[in-house]
Design a protein. Structure first.
Length: 140
């Protein structure tokens, strides 16, 4: 079975960037997409942009969501939000982006054990009082 353009036969020529990010399922709502663009977390072709900027097929987007930074290329334009499998056809993530995200995830996973050790159980009432006493003596 050949892949077809499942969105609509008539692709929009012009679409707002925040609407495309929402349709491609990078963000849950258009408002969150708009805030990410205005906050400088989305760069179009290496430059900050406004939510009304019109992406074109072949444009490169750099998106920061949480700990991850993705670099994707726009493959199709759509203003309709579809299933996740269909939304992934709107863009293609670069190989370097995938590799750097995997490497960063491995580093975060390795760092989990090196953080401050957690006690086996919560301190009881007397131990909490002692901790608070020590903290107050350190401030004085």
């Amino acid at each position: 079975m050949a892949k077809q353009n499942i969105f609509h036969d008539k692709q929009p020529d012009k679409i707002r960037l925040d609407k495309w990010l929402w349709a491609a399922r990078f963000y849950k709502t258009r408002n969150i997409a708009k805030e990410a663009i205005e906050g400088g977390k989305v760069h179009l072709n290496g430059q900050r942009c406004k939510p009304g900027k019109e992406p074109k097929v072949g444009d490169e987007l750099k998106l920061r969501t949480g700990w991850d930074e993705r670099v994707v290329t726009v493959r199709e334009l759509s203003d309709k939000r579809q299933k996740a499998e269909l939304a992934q056809q709107l863009y293609e993530e670069t190989a370097a982006s995938i590799q750097s995200r995997e490497k960063a995830a491995e580093q975060r996973k390795a760092m989990r054990g090196t953080m401050a050790p957690r006690p086996d159980r919560r301190p009881d009432k007397k131990q909490r009082r002692d901790i608070l006493k020590q903290k107050s003596h350190l401030r004085d």
